[in-house]
Design a binder for this molecule. Structure first.
Ligand SMILES: Nc1ncnc2c1ncn2[C@@H]1O[C@H](COP(=O)(O)OP(=O)(O)OP(=O)(O)O)[C@@H](O)[C@H]1O
Ligand SMILES: [Mg+2]
Length: 157
């Protein structure tokens, strides 16, 4: 599904809707250029998981930040690594956990393509406009996209 948002607020609102569908064990894989809005999206996810938005930071040195909301949220940023494997940084445990793993710069992960996930690509459209493409890879994630899409149809009705 493809969304267009006109402000950070709208991006976060979509992420909050997505958060309401999460049950734990999900992998949210974000890709997009610097400043596209990946962290912004994860702030919305955090809000939806009953965290305070200020808790979600753009990690500078910490590549993995753990939060405890309605579900554990593992915020992972792979930007600083040119290439990373599942066996580095204990990533495997975070990505296949009971919690929700939200990974910025997911494209840095060598084995990334083979893993079932909710793939989110954010692109610049205009000043404050972003195009957010959400694709479910694997049956549970496709179902999640369908549920999110029905929210979109409700909003547009
Ligand atoms: N529609 C929008 N959705 C999301 N962010 C937006 C939007 N319009 C403007 N912005 C701005 O774009 C910036 C997005 O920054 P953010 O840190 O989320 O990007 P990022 O993809 O995480 O970048 P990085 O790769 O550096 O981590 C913020 O300053 C935000 O206010
Ligand atoms: Mg970021």
């Amino acid at each position: 599904m493809i969304l267009e948002t006109a402000s950070p607020r709208e991006t976060k609102a979509w992420a909050r809707r997505l958060a309401s569908l999460l049950k734990g064990g999900e992998l949210i894989a974000l890709v997009g250029d610097l400043g596209a809005g990946k962290t912004c999206f994860i702030k919305g996810l955090g809000r939806g998981l009953q965290l305070r938005e200020e808790q979600i930071l753009s990690p500078t040195f910490t590549m993995i930040q753990e939060h405890r909301g309605r579900l554990p949220l593992y915020h992972i940023d792979l930007y600083r690594l040119e290439r990373v494997g599942l066996d580095d940084l204990g990533l495997r445990e975070y990505l296949f956990s009971e919690g929700v793993a939200a990974v910025e710069w997911y494209d840095r992960l060598s084995e990334g393509e083979a893993i079932e996930r909710l793939a989110i690509q954010i692109r610049f459209a205009a000043a404050n406009r972003r195009t957010i493409e959400i694709v479910g890879i694997g049956a549970p994630y496709r179902a999640m996209v369908e549920r999110l899409r029905s929210r979109q149809n409700l909003d547009e009705a």
